[in-house]
Design a protein around this ligand. Structure first.
Ligand code: DLL
Length: 434
C-alpha cells in the first residue's frame, strides 16, 4: 500500500476523519463559490447543519448539467492565481466540463494514482508506459504524476503509434502498461497482424492498469491471456479528480474507493433516493479535501454497487463493483433495458468471436432496432456461409434468452471495426442526435 495508514484505517477512525473533512469541504464550497451558496440556500441548507455523516443527505445534488452551465470556471472555489492546471472531461455526452487543480490538488491526485499503481502491484522498480492520451483528458497526466510519485520510471508515450508502443515495450523493458482496455486489445491485434516476431511473453511486461471505459471480466481474461499479464481495473472521472478514485487490488473482486478523500453514496437514478449499501444504482461523490473544484454530492450517472466484505489485501476501504455503464448509456430496446457491457460479456463467451464489436440502435417506424456488429476470427470468416449463419443465429439466440432482446447479428471480418487509442465507441444510437 502506498498510504497504509489511510488505506487500512479502522472504520470508526475513518468515519471521524470523513466527518471532519466533510465539514471543511462543505463550508469551503459554500464560502468560496456562488453556485454552491445559491443551491444550498435554495434547499434551506447551511454548512452548520453538518453534525454527522448522515447530514450529507440534507445537501442538494450537483448534476452534470450544472457543471456544464457553469463552465469553464464557475465551480472553482479558489482565485485563478492559485489554479495551476485545468483538464476537461471527454464530453462523450454533450459538452465537455472543465475542472481545475491547485498545487495541493495535483499533489493529492498524484498520491491517489501512486496508491492505484501500488494497489496493482507496482512500485519504484517498475517501468510504466503511459499510453493514455496526454492533454485535456486526465488519463495521461494522471498516470504520469502517479508513476513519478511512486518512483517508477515513466515512459510518457501517450496514446497511438501502436508500432512504437510495441517497440518500447520490447526495447525499454516496460513492466507496467497504462491505457484503455480496448487499446490494450488493439495493441495485441496489431502485434499479431503486423509484427509476427513480437511475443509479449518474451518482454518484461507483467501488469496493466486499465480504465476510462467499461470492460467486462471476459475482456479481462482476453487481455490477460493475449498480453500475458495481470490486468487491473482503475476508475475515475474528471469531475471528481480524474483516474485515482478507485482501483482493484490483487483480489480483483471490486475496486477500493479512496474513502478518506471521497464520500460515496448509491442512489436510485430515477428518484434520487439514497439506497442501502449493497444495492445497485448511481454512484454519487463528495470530495473531502479538494480545493479548486470541490464536488458536493455529484451525480456521476455511473451504475455500480458498493460492498464492504473485507479484503485479503488488508484495505478497509469500501469496494465498488466494476462499473457496468452509465445511466445515459443504458439502451432501452423495445422497453428492455440493456447495458453495452452485458452484450460484451455475452459475445466474448462465444468461441470464434473477437473482442471488437459495435452496437447500432435505430428506430424503424415506432420500433427500436438493434444491430450488433462483431468481428469473428479469420478461420470462421473464410468458412462456408452455413457456418457463419449458424454462429450468428447462436449469438442471436443467446441475446434473446439472456438479455431478452432480439438483435440482428452481423459478423464482420477481422479488423473491420474502427480501432482507437482511447475510449472505444461501442454504441451508435441513431435515435439520438450525434
Ligand atoms: O476517463 C478518467 C480515467 C482515466 C479513468 C484513465 C481511468 C483511467 P472522464 O474522461 O471524465 O475521465 O470519463 C469518466 O468514464 O464517469 C465512467 O463512465 C467512465 N469510466 C472511467 N473509468 C472506468 C472504469 C476518465 N474503470 C467516465 N470502468 C466515468 C467503467 C469507467 N467506466
Amino acid at each position: 500500500m502506498f498510504s497504509p495508514d489511510r488505506e487500512s484505517m479502522h472504520p470508526s477512525r475513518l468515519k471521524q476523519l470523513q466527518l471532519e473533512r466533510l465539514r471543511w469541504s462543505v463550508r469551503h464550497a459554500y464560502e468560496n463559490n456562488a453556485h454552491y451558496r445559491g443551491t444550498f440556500a435554495a434547499a434551506g441548507f447551511h454548512p452548520d447543519q453538518v453534525r454527522s455523516l448522515d447530514d450529507l443527505r440534507r445537501i442538494p445534488f450537483l448534476t452534470k448539467q450544472e457543471m456544464r452551465d457553469n463552465s469553464p470556471y464557475g465551480l472553482f472555489a479558489v482565485p485563478m492565481k492559485d489554479v495551476v492546471r485545468v483538464h476537461s472531461s471527454s464530453g462523450t455526452t454533450g459538452h465537455a466540463t472543465v475542472v481545475g487543480y491547485t498545487r495541493n490538488d495535483i499533489e493529492l491526485w498524484s498520491t491517489l494514482m501512486a496508491r492505484t499503481i501500488a494497489s496493482a502491484g507496482g512500485s519504484a522498480e517498475d517501468v510504466l508506459q503511459v499510453a493514455y492520451g496526454y492533454g485535456l483528458f486526465t488519463g495521461g497526466l494522471g498516470a504520469h504524476y502517479g508513476g513519478e510519485k511512486i518512483g517508477a520510471t515513466v515512459i510518457p508515450i501517450s496514446g497511438g503509434n501502436t508500432d512504437r508502443q510495441l517497440m518500447l515495450i520490447r526495447d525499454f523493458g516496460t513492466t507496467m502498461l497504462a491505457c484503455t482496455p480496448s487499446y490494450a486489445i488493439n495493441m495485441a491485434d496489431f502485434a499479431a497482424r503486423h509484427m509476427p516476431e513480437f511475443d509479449f511473453r518474451k518482454t518484461r511486461l507483467r501488469r496493466g492498469i486499465f480504465g476510462a471505459e467499461p470492460w467486462t471480466e471476459a475482456m479481462r481474461k482476453e487481455i490477460e491471456s493475449r498480453l500475458g499479464i495481470d490486468a487491473y481495473d482503475i476508475y475515475g472521472l474528471s469531475e471528481v479528480i480524474g483516474p485515482g478514485v478507485s482501483c482493484e487490488c490483487s483480489a480483483k473482486s471490486g475496486l477500493h474507493v479512496f474513502e478518506d478523500l471521497f464520500l460515496v453514496e448509491i442512489i436510485d437514478p430515477a428518484t434520487g433516493e439514497v439506497l442501502p449499501e449493497g444495492s445497485q444504482g448511481e454512484i454519487v461523490y463528495t470530495s473531502l479535501t479538494k480545493e479548486c473544484c470541490p464536488v458536493i454530492r455529484y451525480r456521476s450517472r455511473d451504475i455500480t454497487r458498493l460492498h464492504r466484505d473485507g479484503c485479503a489485501c488488508g484495505r478497509t476501504l469500501v469496494k465498488m463493483d466494476k462499473v457496468c455503464g452509465r445511466s445515459d448509456d443504458m439502451l432501452i430496446i423495445r422497453g428492455v433495458n440493456v447495458f453495452p457491457s452485458q452484450i460484451e460479456a455475452l459475445l466474448l463467451e462465444v468461441e470464434g468471436v473477437e473482442p471488437h464489436y459495435q452496437v447500432v440502435v435505430d428506430r424503424r417506424g415506432a420500433l427500436d432496432d438493434i444491430e450488433v456488429m462483431v468481428e469473428v476470427d479469420e478461420a470462421i470468416f473464410s468458412d462456408e456461409m452455413k457456418v457463419m449463419n449458424a454462429l450468428a443465429e447462436k449469438i442471436a439466440a443467446r441475446m434473446r434468452s439472456t438479455l431478452g432482446i432480439t438483435a440482428k447479428i452481423t459478423l464482420v471480418e477481422p479488423s473491420s471495426i474502427e480501432r482507437g487509442a482511447g475510449k472505444a465507441r461501442r454504441v451508435i444510437d441513431k435515435r439520438k442526435p450525434q
